[in-house]
Design a protein around this ligand. Structure first.
Ligand code: GLC
Length: 631
């Protein structure tokens, strides 16, 4: 900090104690922010505008949010404990509108949830919305869901109950109905420069040679012809989602103002949608370019200066080597949290193959990463499951990528491998022979089929699998996030096929409306809802009350000498926990040999040794060592 800045800080402190926090943070971080900005844009007046607006957003920030910022600044690991449990949902599916969500906070607390991810709720055009990921107005809530005041009201209500709110920040593109796109469509150069326009197909054609397709069947190609101005515009996702050009500092600045605006509405977590895509360069895949990291790092710094209570969650649905760089380095962090996407996909691969070896290897990779890295663990989300597995390893045992993906997709549609799963393919690409998969956790575990066939034994087995998968997810370090409905075993919803706005997009099969009549059954042990809910509830309670689940714990895997049985161990300050998970329907024995004392069976009760443990089909154990030892 230079002398002038120091003096200014001290002076301001006497007149306005709060403003000094902004200046203190700015002084500490501005050098790097300016350097990165200049490196990317070399534009000092736009930089000056940015910092001035940051100050303005800080001044507008409510006292309660500033207090939360200070509190979180003083314990930056606040989100890395074992007490957070998330749930994600579409507002209309869950509770009609924002006020409805507020009325359902008791239910969410009953689910032990203290982190809610509200799926996209900003203004969008029905039929051209991509589930809300095509934003037409960043300052307006979809009318059917409520208003910005309702959002703020909900955020206040959540904070009173210590519930964190997460929202999507769709920064890669806008809807074609966004004001900028509308002006660009009229040929206004100022606005055209915020997107990628091309007079003919010669340059797009060059891009197409190196840029993969996101939606190869539902939205092929990366460009869309705009007849009004007779030009092509870049559209990596759907044709109505126009990619923003972050080479233009106006785009960056305006999007940062939108980010800060939502920080001030009371968001705790900002999910940066499709982050790897935000910088494009001819001759590249237009994914994960180094400028993306500059932008995310700047966003982190901007957040830390204006609203340090906010977390950035990066949506990086890529292979592990591409995901981890989005954490940045320990000295220069980027995202606070990332999705544990490869683990998620590998989990379902394990369900379909009953072979835990690839999952064991994946968990070993994750557990060797620095403990500063926080993953968001999940079984299902609103998107399809892409089979992004470690094919190099699979190939060693003779499993080739394309036939293996075909097997997984057949398995989960219930066609192969003694499967009871139900679901549908997504973007089945005849050219690459690639397809992804959609379905709810419960349907993928066999609950739907068993109920339909009224097969009590199959139902019992399916519920066991579902609970075992949750127990396995909860034992991992990081923040577990449930997809709404999974807590009561919600099934696939096939009604999307009748809605012309949704029929083409099979992701809607697992985005059905939450069934409140079924949620009434959570207290009835005779029902699927009651069984799942109570068993998950028990696991959630154990997880949040036992320090051995904290993110700082060491985690490792143990060989069980059975291909279907996975064993995960955790240890924290002398406490040790072992989780054993049987991924097959047959009774198995985990041939582990932990000779370090007696263990308590946390779910079944009683003491036992952690040696030669018999595990029923789709069963699991959480065993906690009784003696604390020096570690
Ligand atoms: C993200 C969302 C997905 C959406 C895409 C385009 O991947 O998760 O649902 O289609 O971004 O915004």
């Amino acid at each position: 900090m230079d002398k002038n800045a120091k003096m200014q800080t001290t002076t301001t402190k006497t007149t306005d104690g709060q403003r000094s926090d902004f200046l203190r943070r700015l002084a500490a971080k501005e050098d790097e922010l300016r350097w990165l900005y200049m490196e990317l844009y070399d534009n000092s007046s736009m930089y000056a505008e940015l910092t001035e607006r940051m100050g303005a957003f800080y001044r507008e920030r409510k006292a309660e949010l500033r207090a939360l910022d200070l509190e979180r600044e003083s314990r930056p690991d606040w989100y890395k404990q074992n007490d957070l449990l998330g749930m994600m949902f579409y507002i209309d599916n869950f509770a009609g509108n924002l006020r409805g969500v507020e009325e359902k906070l008791d239910y969410l607390e009953k689910c032990n949830v203290n982190y809610i991810h509200l799926m996209p709720f900003l203004d969008t055009v029905e039929g051209h919305s991509d589930g809300g990921y095509a934003v037409a107005d960043f300052r307006k809530v979809q009318e059917k869901l409520g208003t910005m005041e309702d959002l703020e009201h909900l955020a206040d209500a959540c904070h009173r109950r210590k519930i964190n709110l997460c929202m999507d920040f769709v920064m890669n593109h806008t809807s074609e109905d966004h004001e900028w796109a509308k002006k660009a469509r009229q040929g206004d150069g100022e606005y055209m420069s915020r997107y990628f326009f091309f007079k003919d197909f010669s340059i797009p054609e060059q891009y197409e040679r190196t840029v993969p397709q996101v939606f190869p069947t539902t939205a092929p190609g990366n460009f869309t012809w705009i007849p009004e101005i007779e030009q092509y515009v870049m559209t990596s996702f759907y044709p109505y989602q126009w990619d923003l050009d972050y080479r233009n500092p106006r785009v960056f600045n305006e999007m940062m103002y939108n980010f800060l605006f939502f920080a001030n509405q009371g968001m705790d977590v900002i999910r940066i949608d499709a982050v790897p895509y935000i910088w494009k360069e001819l001759g590249t895949s237009c994914r994960n370019l180094k400028q993306v990291h500059t932008i995310v790092r700047m966003m982190r710094l901007i957040g830390e200066i204006v609203c340090p209570g906010i977390l950035l969650l990066g949506e990086v649905v890529m292979e592990p080597a591409k995901v981890v760089p989005y954490f940045g380095t320990v000295e220069k962090p980027e995202c606070h949290m990332l999705y544990n996407v490869t683990t998620m996909a590998t989990t379902w691969h394990t369900v379909a193959t009953r072979d835990v070896s690839l999952l064991k290897k994946q968990l070993d990779i994750v557990s060797r990463l620095p403990k500063e890295y926080t993953f968001l663990n999940y079984l299902r989300c609103h998107d399809d499951i892409g089979w992004g597995l470690d094919y190099a390893t699979l190939r060693e045992s003779g499993q080739e990528e394309i036939p293996h993906k075909r097997y997984l997709n057949d398995y989960f549609r219930g066609y192969a491998g003694y499967s009871n799963s139900r679901g549908e393919l997504y973007n089945d690409d005849p050219v690459t022979a690639d397809a992804r998969f959609c379905g709810t956790t419960a349907s993928m575990c066999g609950i739907e089929k068993a109920l339909e066939e009224q097969d009590a034994a199959a139902l019992e087995k399916a519920i066991r699998l579902d609970v075992m998968l949750h127990a396995y997810m909860f034992i991992q370090s990081g923040i577990p996030v449930l997809y709404s409905g999974d807590e009561i075993g919600q099934l696939n919803d096939y009604t999307y096929r009748e809605d012309p706005n949704k029929a083409e997009d099979s992701r809607y099969i697992h985005r059905g409306a939450f069934d409140w009549a079924n949620a009434e059954k959570t207290g009835d042990p005779e029902t699927v809802e009651g069984q799942l809910f109570s068993r998950l509830n028990r696991l959630e309670q154990l997880r949040k009350t036992d320090d051995v689940f904290r993110a700082e714990a060491d985690m490792w895997t143990i060989d069980t000498w059975d291909p279907s049985v996975l064993c995960i161990a955790r240890s924290y300050q002398g406490e040790k926990l072992i989780g054993i998970f049987n991924f097959s329907e047959y009774d198995k024995t985990a041939w582990i040999n932990e000779t370090d004392g007696l263990y308590q069976d946390l779910l079944g009760g009683g003491l036992r040794e952690a040696r030669g443990v018999d595990v029923p089909g789709y069963g699991f154990f959480w065993l906690k060592r009784t003696e604390k030892t020096e570690s």
